[in-house]
Ligand binder design. Structure first.
Ligand code: NDP
Length: 444
């Protein structure tokens, strides 16, 4: 058994109940095989063993009182995975499915994503098994305050800077920041994704979706093509999905389908994003309502059917493991040419293999959705310098970062003999900087 497989084996034996973490570690470590073969000193320094072991894991009780006066208890997490190249950085996810395995998979991915962004940020992730859906603003506020009452002692603008993720948008960040400021008595950039009136950055809301589309456009441009006239499917209808659709439409693409966790809409004339924004951002409603308001649209219960719709480009932007091997085969059969991952790990290992065998251009999450965290790092820079940059300046920096990431992973894949394999390319390009920093800092 080689070094990579023995590390994976040990990891699975140590934490057998963490399937999502195993999946992410398997994808990453196997992609790094050419690197560890070229650098035998990494094995002597147990670099991979240290890389997959978080520096610190915090798990905590989050008690709060609902509107009916009933005491509720959730579980909070913060995984401070790797600080070799900068303070821990990564979002908070509030969703009933959250557990340690999911937070560890997200944290591991985050290390490489943050490194790829070219900015000085380490990797972390956190969250809680709390579902903000159906809760009143007061309940969400009390939950966020309780969550931060424990978390505040573990974070700091130079230590660990959380942000949003699924279920954590502007409202939640506001409540979390308010509580941090109240306890720590400092108004600093300890969270990103803040509102514009209290230290946020312009273009942060749009950044992950826009960044994804900037990378897609660059990948197409390098193949003598572009988004104009292409048919897209974008799964999800949250922050990432909405702004991916906005940018894709502005570049001339037609988006025909989107979903939420109940079902999908298909609008062959092209989705009217203003209606989606009204339902999702203003009313916090269900996507089903789109078909009630737009005559050309159909609504279907369940999500999987979306992948049977013919398209040129698929952008999964909802959650992990949305596209399995079967869905990937359907997409390929119907002519998909490019898949760009807006969500984290939305494609299973089987699904990735199907796309790669079929020659589909596959842009993996840690590269394709790095625009969000990159812009968070730009928010940190603005906070530290007490400056506020115009939208165009942040957006131009974001675009530049996404184009650079694309070329870095493309070059890394070619250099290590796996040209066009962007899964390996992104893992290698992200890992090299972290590995170099870890090797320089001794056995820590
Ligand atoms: P949001 O909470 O804004 O939106 C999530 C969307 O995905 C919603 O439409 C939600 O539907 C849907 N969804 C969630 N779980 C499921 C499920 N099990 N099946 C089907 N649909 C589901 O989250 P974001 O847009 O912020 O995040 C989406 C993805 O992008 C996540 O993987 C996240 O980690 C990743 N990401 C986000 C970044 C950001 O800046 N926000 C940065 C980088 C990555 P419903 O409302 O019904 O739950």
């Amino acid at each position: 058994m080689d070094y990579v497989e023995s590390v994976l084996e040990e990891l699975k034996a140590k934490d057998p109940n963490e399937p999502e973490f195993h999946q992410a570690a398997t994808e990453i470590l196997r992609g790094l095989r050419p690197v560890v073969e070229k650098h035998p000193e990494y094995e002597r320094a147990a670099l991979l063993e240290r890389f997959v072991e978080p520096e610190r894991v915090v798990m905590f009780r989050v008690p709060w009182v609902d509107d009916g006066g009933k005491v509720r208890v959730n579980r909070g997490y913060r995984v401070q995975f790797n600080s070799a190249i900068g303070p821990y950085k990564g979002g908070l996810r509030f969703h009933p499915s959250v557990n340690l395995s999911i937070i560890k998979f997200l944290g591991l991915e985050q290390i490489l994503k943050n490194s790829l962004s070219g900015l000085p940020i380490g990797g972390g992730k956190g969250g809680a098994d709390f579902d903000p859906k159906g809760k009143s603003d007061g309940e969400v506020m009390r939950f966020c305050q309780s969550f931060m009452t424990e978390l505040y002692r573990h974070i700091g603008q130079d230590t660990d800077v959380p942000a949003g993720d699924i279920g954590v948008g502007g409202r939640e960040i506001g409540y979390l920041f308010g509580q941090y400021k109240r306890i720590a008595n400092e108004h600093v950039g300890v969270l990103t994704g803040r509102g514009l009136s209290y230290g946020g950055s312009l273009a942060r809301t749009e950044a992950t979706g826009y960044g994804l589309v900037y990378m897609v456009e660059e990948a197409l441009k390098c193949r003598g093509d572009g988004l104009k006239g292409k048919t897209l499917i974008v799964s999800g209808s949250g922050n990432v999905a909405i702004y991916a659709v906005e940018k894709a439409q502005s570049l001339g693409a037609k988006v025909v389908a989107m979903y939420d966790s109940n079902g999908y809409i298909y609008d062959k004339k092209g989705i009217d994003l203003a209606v989606i924004k009204q339902i999702k951002e203003v009313e916090r409603g269900r996507i089903k309502e789109y078909a009630e308001r737009v005559k050309t649209a159909e609504y279907h219960e369940g999500c999987r059917g979306i992948w049977a719709i013919p398209c040129d480009i698929a952008l999964p932007c909802a959650t992990q493991n949305e596209i399995d091997g079967e869905s990937a085969k359907l997409l390929v059969k119907n002519g998909v040419k490019l898949v760009g991952e807006g969500a984290n790990m939305p494609t299973t290992l089987d699904g990735i293999a199907v796309f790669q065998r079929a020659g589909v251009v596959f842009l993996p999450a840690k590269a394709a959705n790095a625009g969000g965290v990159a812009t968070s790092a730009l928010e940190m820079a603005q906070s530290s310098s007490r400056l506020f940059w115009p939208f165009e300046e942040v957006d131009a920096k974001l675009k530049n970062i996404m184009i650079n990431i694309y070329h870095n992973m493309d070059r890394a894949a070619e250099e290590y003999g796996v040209k066009g394999d962007y899964v390996a390319g992104a893992n290698i390009a992200g890992f090299m900087k972290v590995a170099s920093a870890m090797m320089s800092q001794g056995i820590v």
